[in-house]
Design a binder for this molecule. Structure first.
Ligand SMILES: Nc1ncnc2c1ncn2[C@@H]1O[C@H](COP(=O)(O)OP(=O)(O)O)[C@@H](O)[C@H]1O
Ligand SMILES: [Mg+2]
Length: 247
């Protein structure tokens, strides 16, 4: 039952998760027999080289894809077993997504871009709600600018405010700094990792950038579809040597 996981404060529990793609007769094993636990309210960075399976993993966590084997338990329920309608309900109500591309509507202001995400939820006083969300990402003063008059970092903040419109339990970000310079990227990562709402929201950020991973308390390292050290707390990433032995 769900109660056990919720009582333990576990957001995700993956066991034996594989996602294999069939490509013209041969199989690509994007994620392989992966076991992983993510605590509720935990900010996590997933790091690994291109092709290591990060996007595939994030899509499994967000109910955008299903595993070919194994279970993806979220708040105690296996996403792999859910009907399509349940899964899309979860995506709408429980998950927020941020991508490398900001995907803002160019003719709408920052506030209006956020209002678009508030509309399906029947939120009244949408303008006020949008301003509050923009304020939470440090952008209230740019509310009436269209995306073309905002910097890349500011546009990504609008996209983050939009992703928060459904008050998601989980915020999932795939290479959110891919279009940003490193200084702006670091600010965006710190913003995202701080959006746990005092432990109420789980935040998972995917990146290939080891420098960014160093900003997180917990880092999950991926290579060839596997997790290298997902259970360990991150040590400071850098040039220093790692002790590999006793843990
Ligand atoms: N839709 C797909 N069809 C076939 N192969 C795919 C598909 N999506 C991803 N892959 C392959 O799965 C592996 C992992 O991809 P991905 O999860 O996108 O890695 P990352 O995000 O770490 O770059 C890669 O070898 C990639 O080519
Ligand atoms: Mg990717």
């Amino acid at each position: 039952m769900t109660v056990t996981d919720l009582e333990c404060g576990i957001a995700y529990e993956l066991s034996g998760v594989s996602r294999t793609y069939s490509l013209g007769g041969h199989e690509v094993r994007a994620v392989r027999e992966l076991d992983l636990v993510v605590d509720a309210g935990e900010p996590v960075v997933v790091v690994g080289p291109s092709g290591s399976g990060k996007t595939t993993l994030l899509q499994l966590l967000g109910g955008l894809d299903r595993p070919t084997a194994g279970s993806v338990r979220f708040e105690g329920r296996d996403l792999a077993q859910m009907r399509d309608r349940e899964l899309s309900g979860l995506r709408l109500q429980t998950f927020g997504f941020v991508f490398q591309q900001f995907n803002l509507i160019p003719t709408l202001t920052a506030a209006q871009n956020v209002e678009v995400a508030l509309a399906p939820r029947g939120v009244s006083h949408r303008r006020d709600a949008a301003i509050r969300l923009l304020d939470s990402v440090g952008l209230a003063s740019r509310a009436d600018h269209v995306p073309g008059r905002l910097s890349g970092g500011e546009q990504q903040r609008v996209a983050i405010a939009r992703a928060l419109a459904n008050e998601p339990h989980v915020l999932l970000a795939d290479e959110p700094t891919g279009n940003l310079d490193s200084e702006t990227g670091a600010e965006i990562i710190d913003l995202l990792l701080g959006l746990t709402g005092d432990g109420k929201r789980t935040v998972v950020v995917v990146t290939h950038d080891a420098g960014i991973a160093a900003r997180a308390r917990r880092v999950i390292r991926m290579q060839d579809g596997r997790v290298l050290d997902g259970s360990a707390d991150a040590q400071a990433v850098g040039t220093g040597s790692r002790t590999g032995g006793s843990g």
